[in-house]
Design a protein around this ligand. Sequence first.
Ligand code: ATP
Length: 238
Amino acid sequence: MTDIFALEDIHVAYGKVEAVRGVSLSMQAGTITSVIGPNGAGKTTLLAAAIGLLPSTGAVRFKGEDIAHLGVEDRVELGLCLVPETRELFGEMSVVDNLMLGAYARRSARRRMPGLLDDVYDRFPRLAERRDQQADTLSGGERQMLAVGRALMSEPQLLMLDEPSLGLAPLIVIEILDIVKSLRHEGVSVLLVEQNALAALDCSDHGYVLESGELSFSGASAALKADQRIFETYLGGL
Ligand code: ATP
């Protein structure tokens, strides 16, 4: 089976500092892949390179084709989407307006706007209840739902999530990650970057561990969770 997405020998530098050094990973369609690792390991940098926000060397393959030469807009048009750690909502705009902006990112989605909005409201009833509310007035969990909902409005085939659990209460993290898990049944593949290693491994099929810009471990998420070294380093070693 062709991988839906693969990174091959990716390097990203900030000036002379190489933040990502030779990272290669691959993921099959309809799966959730997590990248875990400590603060400053290069996780955000890796996603920024994958979506084309930062220049990198190496190949970025989507359905087998190297798209590394494409800019962000063209990658989004192909079906990639990134929900950044900062969520980047328009706080003074309503929930529905934020959602509609998501569909404007992609031509095919723009045409299917009303149906896509209904789908997002079905998935996130709380967004439907608050559709006319200003995004600023939402709780942290609702803002994260809005960020994911807005991404889904572009009908992505590959959804990249940067630290969706950041700043959220444990029960809300479970709620958000349950929604992420449900996406795989609808043909959305997810690349999930998390410092919350346990939550990420619980939610994903396959995991990679990034340390100081390099991958140190990879494998089935269940196997990573059971690995003593990973358990001690990233899962609290309890
Ligand atoms: P976090 O979980 O804190 O976001 P991370 O694993 O996502 O961490 P990155 O944010 O990708 O890590 O950072 C990787 C390295 O690159 C760090 O050493 C960081 O200090 C450095 N870095 C990140 N952004 C910049 C920047 N704009 N300019 C210079 N160095 C940067």
